[in-house]
Design a protein around this ligand. Structure first.
Ligand code: AMP
Length: 437
């Protein structure tokens, strides 16, 4: 059997790849209005970055990372040797840790500086069990703002995310914006203990995984899909009833700014998100149609301790990431058709082989003038050249034969209206310009 793409990965064929390019351009345009600029970080980082940044006990780090080794180090390991910590690399499971590492490494937010507002787009890798909307390699667009603690940063990022989804065409009515505050190092430890105690009281009703979670990170039990656990966690203590005064005020201001901007949201005190680094504001956008259980198209939050975790000075931060493939599914569910990647302004058809050289030169001239121009390269009949032109979505077809070459003129057919005009070959490029305009 021919070799297939690895399980959980997907080829972006031309139409989807074109849409991915447009999607990134739209993100750069919308996020650019808010001051975000593009960065690119490596897809591999030291494993240690994710262990320290995201947290060893998270699913993403404990179970889902793809680890990469150079051939030499793999050989060393297989022979029972060891590999230096800095040679242990992992494919990035998310973008935040790498961007924060870059900010620290290049001191992009020197003390007292304006916040760094950065965006990225590219593939992420998680060794999850593939299912609809859940892949092992998927594309994300994300932003990170480092160096500002103000609730207005949280609110503007959430507003910007919703504006982006609306701009790419996801109907507002099909999206739910969920928000919560996860507290900070002052109030969360006591809250975590409360949840742990509550889970201990209900130990008999919880799954094995949640019993382990109760010890390591009880808040993760809020994400358990097991109906029994979900029912127990429904009545668990709510973080928003246990926030310290500073977190309470911060959260209230974020919500106030969203309301002021007319952005509808739902508070969800069970929204904890899967990564350890979140503090205070967290949010997630879910869609109601087309995605089944993997219905989160984007999400993020504040991570005021992450820069320190990866060895930098204390720098507050906030970011979000959205998944391209899930957005595409949501758009398709909303009835969107992908734009066609193949487009052709002019197809030059040859009546017979004697005019191929002239056709080749004409096609080249039109391309040099900036038009997408194509001809047949397989000796097709005139009829099948028209079929090909149609398939390529050609707006016009120029028919070139020995008579046309002798007369210095060519017939140009508009493929939409079927109107034909006779154009001087030397004027073709300028005629094409005015016709297309
Ligand atoms: P996360 O980093 O888990 O918050 O993910 C942010 C967004 O990336 C999600 O809302 C999804 O849209 C997308 N995403 C996360 N994991 C996957 C996956 N395994 N396959 C496809 N998209 C994903």
């Amino acid at each position: 059997m021919a070799i297939q793409a690895p399980e959980g990965t997907r080829d972006l064929l031309p139409d989807e790849a074109l849409f991915w390019t447009r999607f990134k351009e739209t993100a750069a345009e919308v996020f650019g209005r808010y001051g975000y600029v593009l960065v690119e970080t490596p897809v591999i980082e030291q494993t240690e970055l994710f262990v320290r940044g995201i947290g060893e006990a998270t699913d993403v780090v404990s179970k889902e990372m793809f680890t990469a080794l150079s051939g030499e180090n793999l050989k060393r390991l297989l022979e029972g040797g060891t590999v230096k910590a800095k040679s242990r690399l992992s494919l990035r499971p998310e973008g935040t840790a790498g961007v924060v590492r870059a900010v620290v490494q290049h001191d992009l937010v020197p003390q007292g500086a304006a916040p760094a507002k950065l965006m990225y787009a590219g593939p992420m890798f998680r060794a999850e069990r593939p299912q609809k909307g859940r892949q092992r390699q998927f594309n994300q667009v994300g932003v990170e703002c480092l160096g500002a603690e103000a609730p207005s940063i949280d609110a503007e990022a959430i507003i910007m995310l919703m504006r982006f989804f609306e701009k790419v065409g996801i109907p507002r009515a099909s999206m739910r914006l969920l928000v919560n505050s996860m507290g900070c190092e002052t109030c969360r430890p006591a809250y975590r203990d409360l949840v742990r105690a509550y889970m201990d009281e209900h130990a008999g009703e919880l799954c094995e995984t949640c019993l382990t979670r109760a010890e390591v990170n009880p808040l993760r039990a809020f994400d358990c899909k097991n109906p029994g656990c979900a029912a127990v966690m429904e009545d668990a203590p709510k973080i928003t009833d246990h926030l310290c005064d500073d977190c309470k005020a911060h959260y209230a201001e974020v919500l106030g700014l969203l309301e002021g901007a007319g952005v509808a949201y739902e508070e969800d005190p069970k929204l904890v998100r899967g990564l350890d680094y979140y503090t205070r504001t967290v949010f997630e956008v879910q869609v109601t149609d087309g995605l089944g259980s993997q219905n989160a198209i984007g999400g993020g939050g504040r991570y005021d301790k992450l820069a320190e975790e990866v060895g930098g000075r204390s720098t507050p931060g906030l970011g979000f990431a959205l998944g391209y493939e899930r957005c595409l599914m949501a758009l398709e569910a909303a009835g969107m058709e992908l734009p066609r990647a193949q487009r052709c302004d002019l197809f030059v058809a040859c009546v017979d082989d004697t005019v191929r050289a002239q056709a080749f030169a004409l096609v080249q001239e039109c391309r040099d003038a900036g038009y997408r121009c194509e001809m047949d390269h397989q000796g097709r009949s005139l009829k099948s050249q028209f079929k090909l032109a149609d398939k390529l979505g050609a707006a016009r077809v120029a028919v070139l034969g020995p008579d046309e070459v002798a007369a210095g003129k060519v017939t140009v057919r508009d493929m939409g209206t079927h109107d034909e005009v006779l154009v001087s070959i030397t004027d073709l490029v300028s005629e094409l310009g005015s016709a297309l305009l």
